[in-house]
Design a protein. Structure first.
Lengths: 338, 315
């Protein structure tokens, strides 16, 4: 009896003495993925990565469940209902790729009020109680020019391939590229075409503008257009400039062929669909009791000369280079934001 | 032998029964839903759908169909999140103007004898375009009173349930008890005899459309009160949901046979069906199909009961 009492007392003391910042165990926690759309290869890769990484995490006992839900139609009202259902199902955290940055705010607020952690990524929400893992498209554009400035310190003429006119992402990346050109003034953009993020469109557009251009040192792109540009320039029998690639499988394959044939050097940058797994780990870290800033930034998936073969081997034919994030990556991103 | 239930009660029995069965299913799958907060979460998004369904019902009562309901509610949502908050007077004027446009549409459809489907399909592009002009990017903010109204926590029952009951009651009094309601249903039932009796069919149709516009405006405001901000495409699904809600609730496409209480129950049933399937963990690829199956089962039940009703009347 006394031993029991003493034991209990010591447990009580131990509990009281535990530092406040002690991390909570998340093995009993359930996390849900609320996804609004699954109709393209990027989203499919995103869901596959989620299932793979969270499946392992559940098996290892890091969390109790990590279920993925996709709405049948890409509509905000439907996703709002889906989120409210998740609240009822008793999830501890909801990882969200939202159909609308604002129309889900009411449902997200309901979730927060119910004590649920909401982490939005890619398609982020503006509700202040949710966490956001956003893509810095501007930096994606600027970093291309920065790379070129190291590769070609003497500078030169650039050809810019833009995406789909009128889309937010296109404006952002392009603004970043122009910012980069301002910063590294040895470069000058001599031509700009819309490639619509598609190789065939980019090839046609570049072939059309090439005859009017002086010699080009580099091509800055938005992804999904580098291979088309290379084809057009090769067909015109022009010297091959440094074309920044966008992680698509055909682009990486062409780069590898050139690298083996004549030592061609460039880099490739885009967002990995596996960012869903980063959001998962961030949610897990928040549940664990970590202090996490509300706005985080997705790291780019950058492929360089030395890790090209390795990334290409991991990329499906016709797909996008992907990377699945681990818990340490999430911790790194959280630390970087502090 | 007299039938145990009147035809009107019979008309209501099926939707009420299907709602009860679905609700029991949801409670069984997810006991957590059996609470004040749970019921509110299950049904609060049904409130704007119920209002839109009443609006659609008014138009179906005069044998017409409104295919612009979704875009109109989206447009109202955009006005609510921008003008109605920042300049309440101007916002109210815009919404009143929108209701007036609806009444005018009724007049035009009647005078020119146009098919309502074509006119409303055309108007859906107008409303959609205006919504995009108002909010090219998602945003805006709900007026505080709309937000407060949709998130109040009254004692006894959650706001979603109380709002549904109030909507059903008001619509019932308006459509089933008032003389205007009788006139509107009469236009749907037998336009010529209404005309011969000395009533203005034109005025009745204009009133039906105007009232529909008014309920659709309420739907938009309620939706923004729930979501806190708007998006030009926020309510596109409401066009089909509202039609399905009316039919599910015992209404018919022609003949002025509508049931306001049934329409509200239909809207609640549709919302609940989505949650039920989601709790069942049915893959999203099958969810739309499964929702269709639920609709077909309910409608088949109704046809069956209609036949029983007829047989009993024949005896």
């Amino acid at each position: 009896m006394t031993i029991r009492k003493m034991l209990m007392a010591s447990v009580a003391v131990a509990c009281a003495a535990m530092p406040v910042s002690a991390l909570a165990d998340t093995s009993g926690k359930k996390i849900a993925l609320s996804n609004n759309y699954a109709g393209n290869s990027w989203r499919q890769a995103m869901l596959t990565s989620w299932n793979k990484v969270t499946g392992e995490a559940v098996k290892a006992g890091v969390v109790a469940a990590a279920d993925a839900f996709t709405t049948a139609e890409n509509q905000a009202t439907e996703q709002a209902a889906q989120i409210q259902n998740m609240i009822l199902q008793g999830y501890d955290a909801i990882v969200l790729n939202a159909a609308s940055p604002t129309a889900l705010n009411g449902a997200v607020k309901e979730a927060c009020d119910a004590g649920i952690t909401v982490v939005s990524f890619d398609g982020i929400v503006t509700e202040p109680c949710a966490w956001r893992i956003a893509v810095n498209f501007k930096e994606m554009g600027r970093s291309q020019v920065e790379y070129l400035s190291k590769k070609l310190p003497q500078g030169g003429n650039l050809l810019e391939i833009r995406g789909l006119a009128g889309v937010f992402v296109d404006d952002e990346i392009s603004a970043g590229i122009h910012e980069g050109v301002k910063q590294f003034s040895q470069f000058k953009i001599v031509g700009s075409v819309h490639g619509d993020w598609a190789q065939d469109v980019a090839q046609k557009a570049v072939a059309g503008i090439l005859p009017s251009l002086p010699e080009i040192a580099g091509v800055v792109t938005q992804g999904g257009d580098g291979y088309g540009a290379a084809q057009a320039i090769a067909a015109a029998k022009r010297p091959m400039p440094v074309i920044v690639m966008g992680n698509r499988e055909d682009e990486l394959k062409w780069w590898k062929e050139q690298k083996e044939a004549n030592g061609y050097e460039t880099m490739s940058v885009s967002i990995a669909p596996g960012v869903s797994t980063l959001a998962f780990w961030v949610a897990q870290q928040i549940l664990e009791g970590k202090e996490v800033k509300k706005d985080l930034v997705v790291p780019f998936l950058r492929i360089d000369q030395d890790n090209l073969e390795q990334n290409l081997a991991n990329t499906q034919a016709g797909g996008v280079a992907n990377v699945e994030y681990a818990q340490e990556d999430a911790i790194k991103v959280i630390e970087a934001a502090k | 032998m007299r039938p145990a239930l009147s035809a009107d009660a019979m008309r209501l029995a099926i939707p009420a029964l299907s709602l009860t069965v679905l609700l029991a299913g949801v409670f069984w799958l997810q006991p957590r839903a059996m609470s004040y907060v749970g019921l509110n979460l299950l049904f609060n998004l049904a409130v704007p759908i119920a209002l839109a369904t009443i609006a659609q019902m008014l138009i179906m009562a005069v044998n017409d169909l409104d295919l612009s309901m979704g875009t109109f509610v989206s447009f109202v949502a955009c006005v609510t999140a921008t003008f109605l908050r920042d300049a309440p007077l101007l916002g109210t004027l815009i919404l009143a103007g929108a209701v007036l446009v609806y009444a005018v549409l009724g007049v035009v459809i009647h005078l020119r004898d146009l098919p309502s489907i074509v006119v409303s399909l055309g108007m859906s592009f107008v409303w959609g375009g205006l919504a995009v002009l108002l909010l090219p990017a998602p945003g805006g903010q709900a007026p505080d009173w709309a937000r407060a109204l949709m998130t109040t926590k009254p004692p006894l029952a959650p706001i979603a349930i109380i709002a549904s009951i109030v909507i059903a009651l008001v619509a019932h009094l308006l459509v089933m008890r008032s003389s205007l309601g009788v006139l509107i249903r009469g236009v749907g039932g037998n336009e010529r005899s209404v005309e011969r009796a000395g009533w203005s069919v034109l005025a009745a149709r204009a009133a039906a459309y105007g009232l529909a516009g008014f309920f659709a405006v309420l739907a938009g405001i309620a939706l923004v009160g729930l979501t806190t901000s708007a998006d030009a495409n926020i309510a596109l699904r409401y066009t089909l949901l509202s039609i399905a809600g009316v039919i599910l609730g015992g209404g018919e496409f022609i003949g002025g046979r509508v049931s306001p209480v049934g329409a509200v129950i239909g809207a609640l049933t549709l919302t609940l069906a989505g949650s039920f399937l989601s709790f069942l963990r049915i893959s999203p690829d099958w969810q739309i199909g499964a929702q269709g199956v639920i609709l077909i089962i309910v409608l088949a039940l109704r046809l069956f009961l209609n036949r029983v009703e007829k047989r009993e009347k024949g005896q």
